[in-house]
Write a protein that binds this ligand. Sequence first.
Ligand code: FE2
Length: 325
Amino acid sequence: MPGREARCGSACRQCTQTLATGGTNADRYTDFAAVPGALLESLAQRGGRKVRWIAMNSRVVRLLHVTDPHLLGDESGQIYDVNTSLSLRSVLQQARSDHAALPDAILVTGDIADDCSSEAYAHLRSQLQGWDVPVLCLPGNHDAPALMARMLGSDGFQYCGRAGFGDWAIVLLDSHLPRNPSGRVAAPELERLAAELRDAAERHVLVCLHHPPVPVGSAWLDAVGLQNGAEVLRVVERFSNVRAMLAGHVHQAFETRAGRLRILTTPSTCAQFTPDTENCIMDLRPPGYRWLELLADGSIRTEVCWLRNWEVSRRPTDSRASFMS
Ligand SMILES: [Fe+2]
């Protein structure tokens, strides 16, 4: 796909912005406490900055994970031969019909705006607002962090930080590197990670970030992976209450373990990359999502769901091009 490198997040003007205009990730902490629905309204009126009350039907925390939607300001636009707005909408519709209960939250782990436009973030808001559940977001290599923090930091949307759900805490990390498809969790973010894990010592923890902290077995993807994955894992492994790490970036379902830690990635809501390849080869699998259920004993039930009735008509003509995930 000629010109792909020039269009990736690394070339976007907004990517040079810092979080200075959006506060720090440590400021963003929301505790979603489990209460019966009948109490919700009265509690909501007492909700402070850091505590928001939602109805959770049980002690099982249900999460819908969508990642790498690569939305465009122009909703008719395509990436990887896919109308990314339509594929996200189709994934969300299927996720809603596949499960009897609404999730307690939706996780979106980056590469939200392929063109770094405010319109693309607005499209995500409009597609998810009707769910009426918290939406937890973090940036990928294609995103513009400061713009994203502004666009997805209020009215039920949270950018990075930490969220609590009953027995579980979810920590959202920023691994974005300006003008670089690779990722890195910077020193202040690593310090925040350790502080969040200390604060959440009484809870099980799910750590989310865009770039998986370990290689996935595809040389070209691992070359643009998390530069300091081993360092991140060393911090996480100091805390025995961390149960899993959840990532996007690789546009495929992947699962492995690092010691006792479960590491998961999820297919994109648009196009997929074939696993275990030297170079980029598009996969013919359809868009997908992951459903997770976090249990009170610290275990996780999860499944990857692929979009039904979605025809991938052909591989992109330059499917071996090393464009960025
Ligand atoms: Fe991506």
